[in-house]
Design a binder for this molecule. Structure first.
Ligand SMILES: [Zn+2]
Length: 180
């Protein structure tokens, strides 16, 4: 899952979203420089675009909120309640109903939205899923100078890099070569 303009780790949608403000290098440009870039990012994520409907300031403000959530989770702190409030506010835009379905011989209650979520709603939903799942951790990449966040679902939460393959971190590889 690679794109020439955006780093899409594919871990969780909201992590891809906040990583547009981060990078593998300190001088990485902001991936969401303007509303047009947000539109291209949505397309890269194969979501329905809401770039024309959502005020651009709201997109950037929501990204700041989610960056604060990721920073808190990385440091084992409670995320700011203002950010949780904002996630809930965006989730509340899409109404729906609960429904019982039979899955693998067992009944499951699920929430069925009345329409496909907008990109911002999908991002908020992704953050909500991460926050509600105790088996998922959010960490900052430890391969300096990379500042990307990633989701750690590994047993024992042993993942330390944003990328599975060390080869994706040229800086790290260079350093290792220098050590030998
Ligand atoms: Zn990294």
């Amino acid at each position: 899952m690679s794109d020439p303009e955006f780093i899409l780790l594919g871990d969780a949608l909201w992590i891809d979203f906040i990583n547009t403000a981060r990078g593998r290098r300190p001088d990485a440009p902001d991936g969401l420089a303007d509303s047009a870039a947000y539109h291209r990012w949505i397309k890269a994520e194969k979501l329905a675009t809401d770039a024309a409907d959502v005020p651009w300031e709201e997109v950037l403000a929501f990204r700041e909120r989610l960056l604060a959530v990721a920073a808190a989770l990385d440091e084992d702190r409670q995320p700011p309640s203002s950010a949780i409030h904002e996630i809930n506010r965006i989730l509340a835009r899409n109404a729906g109903h609960h429904q019982l379905t039979r899955v693998g011989g067992a009944w499951q209650a699920s929430f069925v939205p009345h329409r496909a979520p907008t990109a911002l709603e999908a991002i908020a939903g992704s953050a909500a899923q991460t926050l509600a799942n105790p088996d998922v951790r959010v960490h900052g990449c430890r391969a300096e100078p990379c500042t990307l966040y990633f989701v750690d679902r590994s047993p024992g939460h042993s993942r330390t890099w944003c990328s599975a393959e060390p080869g994706a971190h040229p800086v790290r590889v260079e350093r290792r070569r220098a050590m030998h």
